[in-house]
Structures are given as structure tokens and as C-alpha cells.
Design a protein around this ligand. Structure first.
Ligand SMILES: [Zn+2]
Length: 403
């Protein structure tokens, strides 16, 4: 069934869909190659497919070394394992749902108590936007030195540092949480550089009473960086993507990743991604992104560096805050760096004020998806996307026309 749910009908043989294949990455690369766009090597963290090397692998078993750290001027309050349980098991469950079981995330705590750093917190000079040198390099060196007797760093794929929440400002004022990813220049421990490390500070508690359920979500966001995903929020906030990806908004109600990100991370196979690079008409059937199985993503490349992406978002699984189901249409620009707006969601109902009542969900874009009968047009590139209809099983049929 999965090979058939993403179907295509061509007009004069000009529409194209990747030939369904059960092959691995080689088959994927061959059949979807016109849709595997990538930017220049000057982009620090790119949306390009495939993801460059150096990041943690994002399929199979990922061993996440998780250490709880405190300081003489910010001693850990309560037990270190209580801090750990602010994030687990929710983070591993979130990754299991998001990846359709393809990422088996294993948090491991070889040290179950607070690791006391040799310097006070203020000595590391950590503030929002602080670079790796010198403060974080010193912090990582100190973590390695203090933990090394109990930890074989070689045995892990990424590092989570859960800082005692009383170190630094409240996340309501300044979010310090940060990830250094693909950092081959990081301090070496047990023969390997600590190249993919996430640091989580404070508590993302908006006072709405949802912290126990949603406060963990900063960690899947930070770990998204260790897998090579860029930030989708911009200086202006979440206005480019809204609540449609955890790399855009990680406060409040749960959300999933864009289908583009799932493709990048290896969570979709070749039969689940449609590619519409050529002139003509192509039709595709998409199933809700949160659910396993079926067609998930249609890629309509504009050129070798930018593309439209189409997917069906509806309420369920990690997508608990979706208030209007439909086809989400967004543009991916692989030449735009992390935090500068590499992805832009198109709002089918611009100026409507949105449909959500959930705090921390970007309001205007909450009703961005296109409904049956609605269409998206890019006259300059001769691209039209029509939402043809919705089926009884919740699947949607879409038509892509290129001239
Ligand atoms: Zn981030």
C-alpha cells in the first residue's frame, strides 16, 4: 500500500514522480535527484539535501549522553535526576513519533548526580549568542575533565548538558539554550571531538500550567541542530514558519517537524516523497504527516537551490495544536542560513487572524494550510498547486501544474 498511496497521473508523459523504490539511499538519490536541492558551502547550516557530514546520525539508535551540571554560584536544587526527568522520557517519545520509529533515541546518564564545575557560572561568560570560544570551550573541557572517570565519551552520538535552572537568567527574559553542532574543532574526549552538544538552561515555563507536559520541547529543538537542522525563527520571531516546525517554535503545545526536515533526517523513504520537476500535470495523494505510512511530501523545485514543498498537516500525534487541517505550502531556500529565514510558509488565509487559541502558537499562520478548492500560484515560475479534494481516510489529493 505504501508504494501506491503516492500516485501520479501524467499529462503527455511530462509530469514526473520518483519511481517507487524500496532501495536505500542510492535509489532515493537517483530517482529524486532533481528535487535534492542544495546551497553553497558558505551556508553554515543549510536546508540542502542531503545534509552535510559532521552531524549526529538521525536514524537507528542514537546514544545521547546526558549530564546534569551545576556550579558553586548556582548549586543544583533538588536531585539531578529530577532535572533529567523534565526532558525524559518525553524527548525520546517525541522523536519516536516524529520519525515513525526510525530514530531510537536513548538518553543515558552514566553520572546520576550533579556534575560540579570547577569555576563559578559567571566565570564562563555565557550569554545569549555567546560563541564557542572561549567560554563554551572552557565549559566543555571542564565537563570532560570532571566526567571522564565515569564516562566513555566515545560510546555516544551526542551530548546533552542540562544546566541547573538557577544558573543564568529566566528563559522568559533570555533563552540561553544553544547547540554547537558539526563542531569538529571541539575539545577531544576519549579520542573523539565533542562535536554535537546541546546546552539547556532555565525552564521554558510560560506560567500557563503546561510546563510539566510541554517544557521538554526545547531539547528536541536543540537536538534537531545536532542532526543538522537550522533555526527557522528569525529576528522578528516565528513569523516565517509559525508553529509548523519545532525548529521554529518550541514553547507551548506540541508540534512536529516539516516534511522537508523528515526527509533530510532520513525518516521518509523514496516512496513517500514525490518530485515534480518537469512541465505538465502531476497528481499526488498525501496522508497526514503525523501518521506513519503513505505519501508525505511533494517537492516542486524552482531551481537547483530553492523549492516549494507540500505536505498534509492535521491534528494528531506531535501535531496537537493544528486547528485547521490542509495542505501546507512552503518555500525552502538552501542558500539562506540558520536563523535568517531559510523556510517561508505561505498563508492561504492571509490577514484572517488565524484559528488557534493556544498560547505560544503563532496566531496568523495557524490557518495557513490550503483547503480543497483552494490553490497556490507562482506565475513567475509557471507553477500552480491545486488542492483537489479530501478522501474519507483523511488523505488529500493535490495537483501540480507546471508550464
Ligand atoms: Zn535553535
Amino acid at each position: 500500500m505504501t508504494a501506491l498511496t503516492l500516485t501520479v497521473s501524467t499529462s503527455a508523459g511530462t509530469g514526473r514522480l520518483a519511481t517507487p523504490t524500496t532501495a536505500g539511499p542510492t535509489g532515493l538519490a537517483r530517482t529524486l535527484s532533481p528535487c535534492m536541492i542544495h546551497g553553497g558551502s558558505d551556508v553554515q547550516m543549510t536546508e540542502g539535501v542531503p545534509t552535510p557530514a559532521g552531524y549526529s546520525h538521525s536514524t537507528g539508535t542514537v546514544h545521547a549522553l546526558t549530564l546534569m551540571v551545576d556550579f558553586s554560584d548556582a548549586p543544583g536544587q533538588g536531585s539531578a535526576l529530577d532535572r533529567f526527568h523534565e526532558f525524559f522520557p518525553q524527548t525520546q517519545e517525541w522523536f519516536r513519533r516524529a520519525s515513525y520509529g526510525r530514530l531510537d533515541y536513548r538518553p543515558e546518564t552514566p553520572v546520576t548526580t550533579w556534575l560540579r564545575m570547577p569555576k563559578p557560572f559567571k566565570a564562563y561568560g555565557i550569554e545569549r549568542g555567546a560563541p564557542f570560544d572561549p567560554g563554551y570551550r572552557q565549559l566543555v573541557q571542564d565537563i570532560v575533565a570532571v566526567a571522564d572517570p565515569d564516562v566513555d565519551f566515545h560510546a555516544y552520538d551526542l551530548l546533552n548538558v542540562l544546566i541547573t535552572p538557577n544558573a543564568g537568567p529566566s528563559a522568559l527574559d533570555t533563552v540561553l539554550s544553544v547547540t554547537f553542532a558539526g563542531n569538529g574543532d571541539a575539545p577531544v574526549a576519549d579520542g573523539v571531538p565533542v562535536a554535537n552538544a546541546s546546552f539547556v538552561y532555565s525552564r521554558q515555563d510560560d506560567g500557563s500550567g503546561s510546563y510539566a507536559r510541554t517544557g521538554y520541547r526545547v531539547l528536541p529543538h536543540e537536538n534537531g541542530h545536532t542532526f543538522g537542522l537550522p533555526d527557522l525563527y528569525t529576528q522578528e520571531g516565528g513569523s516565517a514558519v509559525g508553529h509548523w516546525d519545532i525548529m521554529s517554535e518550541d514553547w507551548g503545545a506540541d508540534n512536529d517537524l516539516l516534511g522537508w526536515h523528515k526527509w533530510k533526517l532520513g525518516w521518509l523513504d523514496g516512496t513517500q516523497v514525490g518530485c515534480a520537476p518537469a512541465r505538465g500535470v502531476a497528481e499526488f495523494t498525501l496522508t497526514p504527516l503525523y501518521k506513519a505510512g503513505g505519501g508525505k511530501l511533494v517537492v516542486v523545485p524552482i531551481d537547483g537551490r530553492t523549492s516549494y514543498a507540500l505536505e498534509l498537516r492535521s491534528q494528531g500525534g506531535n501535531d496537537e495544536a493544528v486547528c485547521k487541517a490542509g495542505i501546507l505550502i512552503y518555500k525552502v531556500d538552501t542558500t539562506v542560513d540558520t536563523g535568517r529565514g531559510p523556510v517561508t510558509v505561505y498563508d492561504a488565509h492571509r490577514g484572517s487572524g488565524g484559528c488557534t487559541r493556544s498560547p505560544n502558537v503563532h496566531t496568523e499562520l495557524s490557518d495557513a494550510p490550503f483547503s480543497p478548492g483552494e490553490s497556490f500560484k507562482d506565475p513567475r515560475h509557471g507553477i500552480t498547486v491545486e488542492v483537489v479534494g479530501a478522501g474519507p481516510g483523511g488523505e488529500y489529493k493535490i495537483r501540480v501544474t507546471r508550464r
